[in-house]
Design a protein around this ligand. Structure first.
Ligand SMILES: C[S@@+](CC[C@H](N)C(=O)[O-])C[C@H]1O[C@@H](n2cnc3c(N)ncnc32)[C@H](O)[C@@H]1O
Length: 264
């Protein structure tokens, strides 16, 4: 990486702000849906992982929470203090609106670049949660995982569902196909927009994403005080990227769910 990480994160966050009104319009039914006590936006495999833990009254932080729908789902399972952190001011506004509509106005949301996270949140949470579509925005993966671990109390858990790094090798198409090296570490610049719901391209502000290998992810966690507790690879479309691959004969690893525990 030839530039300071903030060069990338500032531009990426601005492109998420630009995408926020588009996502809001596409998901306009969410405001009504979150009002249901049964609302649960968690992808089923991540829901299963979350269900293995007793969340009652526990404090939960979601890093890069976007519009907060996943955190809200966890709040509805009985969690106590819930904090969502995201760099996009406009997505944080949507998260506050959804929390109110859901009858959880006490949920907290903080708008900041995760690399600039204020000290006051450190060591406060029983659970830290990361759901699909976060790691690829991080120019410095080790520091990112360190920050996530620092949010946890001793013995706290990091729960993650992410796109599998192997999927980063693929380009969308009919069929989706391998187009780049698994080990390509160059920042990837994109200005085709962030409408991953309909796949529509628009002339957008530039954003930058990064490929991290599975060993990058696992060693980033080892280098903090996080011990791997579970790890499961999935041949399922969880991020609406190269979705056709889950129906092919030779299904690649497409996602994973994992949990870590911080030392006590
Ligand atoms: C794909 S979305 C996550 C979606 C989430 N899994 C969900 O389903 O709601 C990625 C989020 O990461 C946020 N993000 C990207 N880079 C960030 C950074 N450096 N600091 C804080 N948030 C960041 C974006 O604003 C965006 O909301």
């Amino acid at each position: 990486m030839d530039r300071d990480p903030s060069f990338y994160t500032e531009r990426t966050i601005a492109s998420w702000d630009e995408a926020a009104p588009i996502h809001r319009q596409i998901n306009s039914d969410l405001v009504a849906k979150v009002a249901s006590p049964a609302f649960n936006a968690l992808e089923p495999d991540f829901d299963t992982l979350v269900s293995e833990f007793d969340l009652q009254g526990k404090s939960v932080v979601q890093v890069c929470c976007n519009n907060g729908k996943d955190l809200l789902s966890i709040g509805k399972k009985g969690a106590g203090r819930c904090l969502g952190i995201d760099g996009s001011r406009l997505f944080i506004e949507q998260a506050r609106e959804l929390a109110s509509a859901a009858g959880h106005p006490q949920m907290e949301f903080a708008c900041c670049d995760i690399y600039q996270l204020p000290e006051r949140y450190r060591g406060s949470f029983d659970f830290a949660v990361i759901t699909v579509g976060v790691l690829n925005w991080m120019p410095d993966l080790c520091r990112f995982i360190q920050i996530c671990a620092s949010l946890l109390k001793p013995g706290g858990r990091l729960l993650m569902e992410e796109i599998h790094p192997v999927l980063n090798m693929y380009e969308e198409g009919e069929p989706s196909h391998i187009a780049q090296s698994y080990f390509d570490r160059r920042p990837y610049r994109d200005d085709g927009g962030l409408d991953y719901f309909t796949g529509r391209k628009y002339q957008a502000r530039e954003n930058y994403y990064f490929q991290h290998t599975l060993s990058d992810i696992l060693t980033a966690a080892i280098s903090t005080d996080l011990a791997l507790c579970s790890f499961r690879e999935l041949g399922k479309n969880v991020g609406n990227y190269c979705a056709d691959l889950e129906r092919t004969e030779c299904v690649p690893p497409m996602a994973f769910v994992a949990s870590w525990q911080k030392s006590s």
